[in-house]
Write a protein of this length. Structure first.
Ligand code: C2E
Ligand code: CA
Ligand code: CA
Ligand code: CA
Length: 279
């Protein structure tokens, strides 16, 4: 770990070198992945509560590595950010998500929204607006069909500059969702100024949701805050009926989680949503 490394530099040096070599290999692979189109998007549904319809999907990045198999974003987003590769990778994600949403739109799912995660590095990129506008135009997607998810800590960093960027995104007509909410210490004053449409309650607060727990109190407070500020509140990481019932009881607007739907390849997503619609 980083902490151990700081306290015992000499002891950890050999493994740090091994790690550097390891990172170089991953970096090389990551470059190749872009060229050879090894990235995929999977889609996780968002459902409105208490038992409403599908609101749309969040696009989540996967890497189909020829030898390592399917690699999750937690294993390579950090490296992609440090190396700057997140810029072209992120542009690909936006383009592909817009292409997919346009396909669903032509199939009649015009009220769905597609949510795309933005890294802090993309968020700080001066070309972000062009990239977003370009993806929408290429796929003739109405801006209101797209939601950009930015973590609370990204939105909180350099608050005045962030507010400006968020306002420009909002001016495009694209929705803004504040991800991992509750972990970034936003002030109420800042939240009030934020041109956001949605807050996503971090999974960490959802895990231990039962009456009387501290997390239950925090979640009810966030839901009440959302109502006051006119923001849609989405709970992420909902895995149990009990969590779902609690969220519905406090008036949370929507949820995402393994209980109702895992991230799925696009064909399976569409098929699953169609089956749920029938029943
Ligand atoms: P996130 O945006 O907070 O996404 C939610 C993560 O929680 C996803 O992990 C999702 O698969 C997982 N999840 C959903 N429901 C449940 C549940 O009920 N229980 C549990 N335990 N987990 C659940 P995933 O796909 O591994 O993504 C991890 C993170 O990687 C994301 O966190 C996001 O920060 C980042 N990420 C994913 N795709 C992209 C992307 O295209 N661009 C950028 N910049 N970051 C991405
Ligand atoms: Ca997200
Ligand atoms: Ca999240
Ligand atoms: Ca997260």
């Amino acid at each position: 770990t980083k902490r151990a490394g700081r306290n015992g530099y000499n002891f950890f040096e050999p493994s740090m070198n091994a790690n550097a070599h390891h990172q170089l290999q991953w970096l090389q692979d990551l470059r190749v992945a872009l060229e050879r189109k090894q990235f995929r998007l999977v889609y996780q549904p968002k459902f409105s509560l208490p038992d409403g319809p599908v609101l749309g999907a969040e696009a989540l990045l996967r890497w189909q590595h020829p030898e390592r198999g399917l690699v999750g974003p937690d294993e390579f987003i950090g490296l992609a950010e440090r190396s700057g590769l997140i810029i072209p990778i992120g542009a690909w994600v936006l383009d592909e998500a817009c292409r997919q949403m346009h396909e669903w739109l032509t199939l009649g799912y015009a009220d769905w929204k597609i949510a795309v995660n933005l890294s802090a590095v993309q968020f700080a990129d001066p070309h972000l607006l062009e990239v977003v506008r370009g993806a929408l135009e290429r796929h003739q997607l109405p801006p209101q069909s797209l939601t950009l998810e930015v973590t609370e800590s990204t939105a909180m960093h350099d608050t005045e500059a962030s507010l400006l960027t968020l306002q420009k995104i909002a001016d495009l007509g694209v929705e803004i969702s504040i991800d991992d909410f509750g972990t970034g210490y936003s002030s109420l004053l800042y939240l009030k100024r934020l041109p956001a449409n949605e807050l996503k309650i971090d999974r960490g607060f959802v895990r231990d949701l039962s009456d009387g727990t501290e997390d239950a109190a925090i979640v009810s407070a966030i839901v009440a805050l959302g109502r006051t500020l006119n923001l849609r509140i989405v709970a992420e990481g909902v895995e149990t009926e009990r969590q779902q019932q609690f969220l519905a009881s406090v008036g949370c607007d929507a949820l995402q989680g393994y209980l109702r739907g895992r991230p799925m390849a696009p064909d399976l997503f569409l098929q699953t949503m169609r089956e749920q619609h029938k029943s």
